[in-house]
Design a protein around this ligand. Structure first.
Ligand code: APR
Length: 242
């Protein structure tokens, strides 16, 4: 008889000593942060092309800056939900790497210690000039225009915008964590945005058991060892309970 997907997933997760999780906007939905697709493809009422592309920043940097100030405000008010907390707690009995497409920092707030932020972070800015990347301390609301203290060029959010490449070091680190894992969790992501989604498909190709948690089926579902349909905040605490 075929094993119930939840029981199969639970047994895979309880045995694994090295776990890797790819997360997307769906894991933060229950923290009150709308997913891009749930918001009808709009963020804070803006079309993606107007606020989250390099062209948008060249055309109207002030609008992009205001948009990210609004996202920072929403992000600062958001609290980790039981799904983030369950992943953090799993570190008590397994090595857990979290590869997240989210820029909200909620995995870190929940206490996860090995977090790879594939698409950057709301809580960092970087210089648009030649300065080495990263780490200007980040107040909640940045005044416009904010310039680099070293070279005077404009600062921009340290976010990977649509049409931009991911940092190859970040991708290497993600691939390493995926390859080392005994079970690969895919939580709250539409598995449509590349190259992040390809890490999950590569795990399948390598024969690593993949457990998907999503409110609905995705292109990964038919390949996963188990797909659990429902809310991440309800399913993950049960799935990862010791
Ligand atoms: N529990 C589990 N899954 C959920 C929940 C929930 N409570 N709420 C929504 N979901 C699922 C949806 O069914 C959908 O499959 O989360 C997924 C959200 O999909 P997207 O909005 O496409 O988010 P994501 O996959 O993270 O997108 C990747 O695209 O929006 C850009 O750059 C942004 O990093 C993001 C990237």
């Amino acid at each position: 008889m075929k094993k119930d997907p939840f029981e199969l997933a639970r047994s895979l997760c309880s045995k694994a000593r090295r776990v890797c999780a790819l997360t997307g906007a769906g894991i933060s939905a229950e923290s009150g942060l709308a997913t891009f697709r749930d918001a009808g493809g709009l963020w804070e009422g803006h079309r993606v092309e107007d606020v989250a592309t390099p062209e948008a920043f060249r055309r109207d940097p002030r609008l992009v800056w205001q948009f990210y100030n609004a996202r920072r405000k929403a992000g600062a008010e958001a609290r980790p939900n039981p799904a983030h907390l369950a992943l953090a707690k799993l570190e008590e009995r397994a090595q857990v790497s979290v590869l997240t497409q989210n820029v909200d920092g909620l995995h870190g707030k929940a206490g996860s210690t090995r977090v790879v932020e594939l698409h950057g972070s709301l809580w960092r800015v970087r210089c648009t000039g030649e300065c080495p990347p990263l780490a200007h301390a980040e107040p909640l609301e940045l005044a416009w225009p904010t310039q680099c203290k070293r070279c005077g060029e404009l600062l921009r959010p340290d976010i990977v915008w649509f049409g931009e490449a991911l940092d190859p070091k970040v991708l290497e680190e993600s691939a390493r964590a995926m390859l080392e894992s005994e079970v690969f969790l895919v939580i709250g992501t539409s598995a449509l945005v590349q190259p992040a989604a390809s890490i999950a498909f590569e795990a399948v190709r390598r024969g690593i058991p993949v457990v998907e948690v999503n409110r609905e089926r995705t292109p990964l579902s038919k390949l996963a060892s188990a797909t659990l349909l429902g809310k991440a905040g309800e399913l993950l605490p049960k799935l990862l309970k010791a």
